[in-house]
Design a protein. Structure first.
Length: 359
């Protein structure tokens, strides 16, 4: 693997106090960068002081959105060790997103090493208060300067990191979610399974309306019949009706969440009945009305987020009395325990910062 050149800042900043952290507003002292040019491949991996980019106004990512990213976290445990959560799976998912967007494949070992090396350089930015972590954002953008619509011939891969607290202002308290019967996030055959900028752009209008109506997020239904649950955009959705845990299948319209996969693996290891199947909004509202529903979201930023209320077609459906359900709490405690190294890691999901890949 090509060595990563490191240039350290001569002007390091002071990380903010852990108690003040929100999500995605503060960034560390350094960033990772590597370019792609046709005929040359990916080249010049390096860590440099964090700084703005200069871009030609005709850079194609600014016009046609050929951009992908991923999101993962590093945690500082009470033992002082820093752990990355499933960095290999996030690196492979970045490559799957690249495939959907016609972006040349990156070496997943290089992606994982870029993340490890940057977190190592900026390890003083990993906060230690429970509930906080270092959020890591690997990103690829198309950099060719042209206005024709075709895949770019050059790209920039970069990684930035910053300390974060809870994603939702509610923290681990139940969120209120509006089920959209008007707008859609993605459709089967589109880009719903890719972590690409356009999916988030598509969610903004509906999310603004939801917020005006007092909801934190939107639950998107399928783009064809507006009947089956897709995802929340910032997280995958799961529910428990009776003794069955249900989550929408990976049908090409939703993101293959790493936290989703972690939760499904845990639930199956606990012997619960887990179905990845289409679930209609009518089945969900009926279960909520019968008082037979527990619901939560899963995501890297959101972790495990209980859903306390759904709004749908002008009706309000309170879930589990608006309280965090027992299974939701157990999942949160288990995942967080693994991430901070206070619980066993039977599936080998965490990687201690000290361990290098590929020599
Ligand atoms: C993540 O959970 O890492 C995401 O990328 C979601 C984003 C809305 C913050």
């Amino acid at each position: 693997m090509t060595e990563i050149a490191i240039t350290r800042t001569t002007n390091p900043k002071q990380p903010p106090a852990d108690e003040t952290l929100t999500f995605g507003t503060v960034f560390s002292d350094h960033m990772f960068m590597m370019e792609y040019h046709e005929g040359q491949g990916w080249h010049d991996p390096r860590i440099v002081p964090y700084a703005p980019f200069v871009m030609d106004p005709a850079t194609c990512v600014l016009h046609y959105g050929q951009a992908i990213f991923d999101g993962l976290k590093a945690f500082r445990g009470p033992d002082g060790q820093i752990r990355l959560f499933r960095p290999g799976d996030h690196s492979r998912r970045l490559n799957r997103s690249a495939h959907y967007l016609c972006i040349p494949e990156l070496d997943p070992v290089m992606v994982e090493e870029s993340i490890r090396a940057l977190v190592e350089v900026d390890q003083n930015w990993v906060p230690k208060m429970p509930g906080t972590s270092l959020y890591i954002r690997p990103t690829v953008i198309a950099t060719e300067t042209f206005l024709g619509v075709h895949p770019s011939h050059s790209y920039l891969y970069y990684v930035i990191v910053g300390p974060v607290g809870a994603y939702y202002k509610e923290g681990m308290n139940p969120v209120r979610i509006l089920v959209s019967d008007q707008y859609v996030r993605a459709v089967k055959g589109g880009l719903g399974a890719a972590k690409t900028a356009g999916n988030y752009a598509a969610s903004l209008f509906g999310a603004e309306e939801a917020q005006k109506a007092g909801y934190t997020q939107v639950l998107w239904l399928d783009g064809v019949e507006h009947k089956y649950l897709d995802e929340v955009g910032t997280m995958n959705i799961m529910l428990k009706i009776g003794d069955e845990v249900i989550t929408p299948p990976l049908n090409g319209a939703i993101l293959a969440g790493i936290t989703r996969d972690s939760v499904l693996t845990l639930l199956r290891s606990w012997g619960l009945r887990v179905s990845e199947r289409p679930v209609s909004i009518d089945e969900v509202t009926a279960a909520a009305s019968a008082g037979n529903l527990e619901m939560w979201g899963t995501g890297t930023a959101a972790v495990i987020s209980p859903v306390g209320e759904l709004g749908y077609k002008g009706e309000r459906y309170v879930i589990n009395g608006g309280q965090t359900g027992a299974l939701t709490q157990k999942l949160y405690d288990t995942i967080v325990g693994i991430q901070y190294g206070t619980a066993p890691d039977p599936f080998g999901w965490t990687r201690l910062l000290g361990n290098r890949l590929g020599g």
